[in-house]
Design a protein around this ligand. Structure first.
Ligand SMILES: Cc1cc2nc3c(=O)[nH]c(=O)nc-3n(C[C@H](O)[C@H](O)[C@H](O)COP(=O)(O)O)c2cc1C
Length: 359
């Protein structure tokens, strides 16, 4: 691996989520310099012509200003951070920490403890813990709508969302929350939507995507509301091949894209062994960046095989540990139609430019 200088991150982990929301993005995302698309090449994605099969997944682009910064810097498929049907609070600061991992975060290592600090370095692996906050729809509908219009030719803004569990709610209420949010999102004019099925504690079996039956009900309910708008599902790492096979068989002909992977959870402690992120339920936290690349690549390969086996045609969006241009090509080789980077892009706002130079 070639080590390079990390840029100032466009989302600043040293600041609170609210401060980032009000004053961000930071670094080169606000230098007003637009990196125009000089390539003659175009790529197809879900019926749209795009300049490059590279972008940023749901997460670090927390509002329209962040999305616009990413579009200016040539990220061609950018995702507005997951929204909900009503305002939802963010976990207390800190929300991002560097984690020390020797090599890959294997499933075995994810069963142990990881030490976190504020020293960011390559190879870049971090933990992020926000709890999927959301502004109220009144704000995000207008904000996202503006961002959708800001995209230049060959660029696409994806609207990500998820349902919200509330106390005393029935299963039907919960499913209905996806319908309501999908309808609100459709009103923004967004051309592609992504539903997050990989957020902890939303399914009956830890992640919603590990509950095939309910995932199918949710996907069908959303498609009834959004009609022809392409739907991507965002899923986590599946340990069991039979479970993944059954999941893909039952959902792969309902949705138009599958995005893999979300973070891998592990216990995160400080150098004294104490819980690193304050508050209940935050000892285990999602890890992303370089250490999970192996898992994203593996899932892309498994999805490609299953897509062929079932003769489906969903797009595969490869996510996880893409921090260099070589990582992008590794994902494409593994079978990703589209590649996205969250952690890597945060510390290298020029990653899209670098990828496009070699494309
Ligand atoms: C700061 C940050 C916030 C994130 N928030 C979300 C989110 O709101 N919804 C979601 O589906 N994934 C979220 N993610 C997960 C990413 O989309 C991605 O799946 C994961 O980070 C792995 O990619 P990476 O290794 O390039 O970071 C977030 C990631 C980061 C770094």
């Amino acid at each position: 691996m070639i080590f390079r200088m990390l840029y100032q991150p466009f989302y600043d982990p040293a600041k609170s989520y609210e401060e980032n929301f009000q004053n961000g993005p930071f670094g080169v995302f606000v230098d007003k310099q637009v990196l125009e698309n000089n390539s003659q090449k175009t790529f197809d994605f879900l019926g749209f012509k795009i300049n490059s099969p590279f972008g940023i997944p749901a997460g670090p682009l927390i509002n329209g200003n962040f999305v616009k910064g990413a579009l200016d810097k040539g990220f061609d498929i950018v995702t507005y951070k997951t929204v909900r049907s009503s305002k939802y609070p963010c976990h207390p600061w800190p929300n991002v920490l560097s984690v020390k991992i020797d090599g890959d975060l294997t499933m075995e290592k994810a069963g142990g403890k990881l030490v976190a600090d504020k020293n960011y370095h390559e190879p870049l692996s971090i933990t992020n813990s926000f709890g999927v906050p959301s502004s109220d729809p009144e704000f995000w509908q207008k904000d996202l709508s503006d961002a959708v219009k800001y995209a230049r030719e060959g660029q696409l803004v994806v609207g990500a969302f998820q349902g919200t569990k509330r106390e005393g709610q029935s299963v039907e209420d919960y499913i209905n929350d996806y319908r309501v949010t999908a309808k609100l999102l459709k009103e923004t004019g967004v051309k592609v939507m992504e539903v997050n099925l990989s957020c902890p504690n939303e399914g009956t079996n830890n992640l919603l995507c590990y509950d095939t039956e309910r995932s199918v009900i949710v996907a069908k309910a959303i498609k009834e509301v959004i009609g022809e708008i392409p739907l991507i599902i965002k899923i986590g790492y599946f340990k069991d091949e039979e479970v993944l096979k059954d999941f893909v068989k039952k959902i792969g002909n309902i949705v138009q894209g599958i995005s893999v992977i979300n973070t891998i959870a592990a216990e995160v402690v400080d150098e004294n062994g104490n819980q690193a992120l304050p508050g209940e339920g935050r000892l285990r936290s999602g890890v992303c960046g370089h250490a999970i690349k192996w898992a994203g690549l593996e899932m892309v390969g498994r999805l490609k095989k299953l897509r062929k086996e079932f003769n489906y045609n969903f797009q595969i969006i490869g996510v996880g540990g893409v921090t260099t241009v070589d990582d992008f090509f590794e994902y494409r080789k593994a079978g990703a139609d589209i590649v996205m980077s969250a952690t890597g892009a945060m510390w290298n706002p020029y990653l899209a430019r670098d990828v496009k130079e070699k494309l």
